[in-house]
Ligand binder design. Structure first.
Ligand SMILES: O=C(OP(=O)(O)O)[C@H](O)COP(=O)(O)O
Length: 259
């Protein structure tokens, strides 16, 4: 029997999702379409009558903005929103800012797939010569982390995302769920995939085939030990969800105009 409902949500479309660029730790806001996706998601939750007790976000604006829009539409703005860098998107290292389709043209689709979806391969690290290095590491938000700025990642595999996420999951989120609270995690494609891998026990190989589009919530129904009692449900119109998944997968195809 299902005891707990947990919702994972990749934020609505951001400006760089639209431009097919690796966004990662660059703080992009939601696009107009992304705002709409977040609001639609709130409407969907409202329609189902879901009530959240706690919302967890990363410290990137697109994840926080999504949480605000969702709870606003639901009339649940009062629900506490707790932020941590440990829910941030995967650090894409030197790939940050680059266009996936152009990278596929240059390095091949297979290499881009390895960078995007392998479990334990990290992209090349970012260094001080990278155009976004200083914007990221001089940002005041990273002085608030439980880890000194010098020790924050310079690139991460999905495995490394899970490694930095798990202490937060067990110390902060799990106690909330076990206390009977309904939790929404409003985060990112890869931080949600890492969490999903852990909760569902997905193998290192099979996680490559799991794609989460923006603005589509995932409902997990868990038993008292937080083991899934049924398959995950992606909420919304199935045809729309399939099209959105294909769009994300196609982002790594080599197209000359990078679109
Ligand atoms: O910033 C990103 O994800 P996000 O839009 O979920 O925050 C990444 O660039 C996602 O890229 P990917 O789908 O190639 O792993």
């Amino acid at each position: 029997m299902s005891v707990h409902k947990l919702f994972l949500l990749r934020h609505g479309e951001g400006a760089w999702n639209k431009e097919n660029r690796f966004c990662s730790w660059v703080d992009q806001k939601l696009s107009e379409a992304g705002v709409q996706e977040a609001q639609d998601c709130g409407e969907l939750f409202k329609l189902h009558g879901y009530k959240f007790d706690k919302v967890f976000t990363s410290i990137l604006s697109r994840s926080v903005q999504t949480a605000w829009l969702v709870t606003e539409v639901m009339g649940q703005e009062w629900v506490p929103v707790i932020k941590s860098w440990r829910l941030n998107e995967r650090h894409y290292g030197a790939l940050i800012g680059l266009n996936r389709a152009e990278m596929a043209q240059k390095h091949g689709e297979q290499q881009v797939k390895v960078w995007r979806r392998s479990y334990d391969v990290a992209p090349p690290p970012i260094d001080e010569s990278h155009p976004y290095y200083h914007e990221i590491y001089n940002d005041r938000r990273y002085t608030t982390c439980d880890t000194p700025v010098k020790d924050l990642p310079r690139s991460e595999s999905l495995k490394q995302v899970l490694d930095r996420l798990l202490p937060y999951w067990y110390d902060v989120i799990v106690p909330e769920i076990k206390a009977g609270h309904t939790v929404l995690v409003s985060a990112h494609g890869n931080s949600c995939r890492a969490l999903l891998k852990h909760i569902e026990g997905i193998s290192d190989a099979d996680i490559a085939g799991v794609t989460l589009p923006t603005g589509i919530p995932v409902l997990l129904e868990l038993d008292a030990d937080l083991k899934p009692v049924k398959p995950r449900q992606l909420l919304g119109d199935p045809a729309k969800i399939q099209a959105a998944i294909k769009k994300v997968e196609d982002q790594g195809k080599a197209l000359p105009n990078g679109k």
